[in-house]
Structure formats: structure tokens, C-alpha cells
Ligand binder design. Structure first.
Ligand code: COA
Length: 262
């Protein structure tokens, strides 16, 4: 059964499944329930002959502000899971890593954390001019996830990757295009329509040729899966540290984090 979430809109049109992160009051920050709905829909699309392309997008001024920070330390979703059960965020990352059908993204606004790292698994990413991209893992006392410590330097080079991953630098859509993080910048008013057109074009192409081409371009799935597992060990450990506790308190109290005593 596919998990539903009031904050994930699901639309199926002309062979294209569009999943919209829709929690604008929280900048579309992702809860466990939202990850579960995204994961289930992406997985189900792979064996659904009526779906040929999946599109990820957001609402209002945000693509997504990343993982819900309140959820990070282990919200109710964690308590309900068994010891060996993969958490929804892990299921979502596996789903986009293993997806055989093209995954597109329309980045309509700010993208933070996993809002950026999920893009590294998308085959075509377009953004509006107002979109911004930031991976502030270290700022939060955390480490990169979603295989981004491998995929980001491969995509944009080690120096630019370190500006993003080590410094947590925020970049705009024009720079994201320049460094190769995204395919292009499209007009804000027509972004969703234009990406839907690209998706429909792809959905009309020979499906096996499309799948094979995607697979040939993304030949490194095993390496990425291993890197994700390695990242996950450090990520989980860092979540338990005073470093993350300070960063989380600072966010809640709307003040800069102070790591000087750590
Ligand atoms: N998790 C939980 N709530 C979040 C969130 C997140 N990742 N990002 C934003 N929100 C919430 C805010 O707490 C605020 O809620 P409130 O109105 O109930 O207080 C609401 O969304 C609006 O955010 P706000 O910070 O007021 O908007 P802004 O335009 O000033 O800043 C961001 C937007 C995204 C830059 C800022 O919210 C931010 O830095 N968020 C954290 C992003 C992050 O670190 N993600 C995880 C990366 S690993």
C-alpha cells in the first residue's frame, strides 16, 4: 500500500507522475510521513506501465528546506519503527538512487540540505531564477548525506563541492547552472509548465532506450550506495553529539550556533 501524506500532492498526467512537496508554512521541510509518501510513490512508479517519468517539485517560495529539524533527533516516526526497519528517509534515498525511470526536478525556490542532495539523483534539474541551493550540514554539526560527498565533487569538482559541503555556502540558480549542479534556469512563471513539457517529451520517447540511457549515464549506483551507508554511520553519530544539540538549539532560538567550547 502506498503511504499518503497531506503534504505530498500526487498528480498523474500523460505518463508523468508529479510529486509536490506542499508544506509551505514550514518551507516544505520533510517529515518522516512525507519521505514515506515520496518513497512509496517513486518505488511504485517503477513497476507502473502508465508512468514513464517522475517529477519532484515544491510549492510557494520553496522546493524544500530539507529534513524537518525537529524530526531529526528522532520524532514519533522513529519510536514506531522496529530496530532493523529502514527509516522513511533511507527508503526515499534508496528509491531515488535505484529508480530506473527518469527523475526530473523543478526547483521553484529555496532548496536546503536534502533539498539539494536529492537533486544529485535527478536526471534533469531545472530551477527558477529565485531558487537558492545550500547544504549546511557542517553548520549543523552534521555530515553530508544521500551520497552527496561522492556525487557533489564528481558533478561540480572538489573545490566547488567544498564551498557547498564544508562552508555551507548558499548559491543562486545562475551559479548552480554555471557549476553544473542544474541543467538550466527557466522563467519562474512557466517553470512548472516547462518542466512538465520536458517530462512529457521524455515520457513519449522509447521507454527502454530511455531507461538504458539513464542507467548507462548513472553507472555508479553501487559506489553511491556504499557511500550513503558510510555517510549514514557518521550522520547518525553526529546527531547524538553536543555539536548537533547546539546547532538545533540555535535554530530554534534563532541565534547563531556557538561551537567555541566544543
Ligand atoms: N525544519 C523544520 N522547520 C523548518 C525548517 C526545517 N528544516 N526550515 C524552516 N522551517 C520552519 C521555521 O521553523 C519556521 O517555522 P515557524 O514559522 O513555525 O517558526 C518556518 O519554517 C519558516 O521559516 P523561517 O526560518 O521563518 O523562514 P526564513 O525565510 O527566514 O528562512 C530558511 C528560511 C530555510 C533559510 C530557514 O528556515 C532555515 O535555515 N531552515 C533550516 C534549514 C536546514 O538547516 N535544513 C536542514 C539541512 S540538513
Amino acid at each position: 500500500m502506498i503511504t499518503t501524506s497531506e503534504h505530498i500532492d500526487v498528480n498523474r498526467t500523460d505518463g508523468v507522475l508529479t510529486l509536490t512537496m506542499n508544506r509551505p508554512a514550514k518551507k516544505n521541510a520533510l517529515t518522516q510521513e512525507m519521505y514515506a509518501a515520496l518513497a512509496d510513490n517513486v518505488v511504485a512508479a517503477q513497476s507502473d506501465p502508465d508512468i514513464r517519468v517522475v517529477v519532484l517539485t515544491g510549492t510557494a517560495d520553496s522546493f524544500t528546506a530539507g529534513n524537518d529539524l525537529a524530526d531529526f533527533a528522532g520524532g514519533p516516526g522513529k519510536a514506531k519503527r522496529g530496530e532493523n526497519e529502514i527509516p522513511p528517509v533511507g527508503r526515499f534515498l534508496q528509491a531515488i538512487l535505484q529508480a530506473e525511470k527518469p527523475l526530473l526536478a523543478a526547483v521553484n525556490g529555496l532548496a536546503v540540505g536534502v533539498g539539494v542532495t536529492m537533486l544529485l539523483h535527478c536526471d534533469l534539474v531545472y530551477a527558477s531564477p529565485n531558487a537558492t541551493f545550500q547544504t549546511p550540514f557542517v553548520n549543523l554539526g552534521l555530515v553530508p548525506e544521500a551520497g552527496s560527498s561522492l556525487l557533489m565533487p564528481r558533478l561540480v569538482g572538489q573545490q566547488k563541492a567544498n564551498e557547498l559541503l564544508l562552508l555551507g555556502k548558499k548559491i543562486d540558480a545562475a551559479e548552480a547552472e554555471r557549476i553544473g549542479l542544474i541543467a538550466g534556469v527557466l522563467d519562474a512563471d512557466t517553470l512548472q509548465h516547462d518542466v512538465a513539457q520536458v517530462a512529457a517529451t521524455l515520457a513519449a520517447r522509447a521507454p527502454n532506450a530511455v531507461k538504458l540511457t539513464k542507467s548507462l549515464v548513472k553507472h555508479e549506483r553501487d559506489d553511491v550506495a556504499q557511500q550513503m551507508a558510510d555517510e549514514s554511520v557518521h550522520f547518525s553519530a553526529q546527531l547524538q553529539t553536543a555539536e548537533f544539540a547546539e546547532a538545533a538549539s540555535a535554530f530554534a532560538e534563532r541565534r547563531p550556533a556557538d561551537f567555541s567550547k566544543l
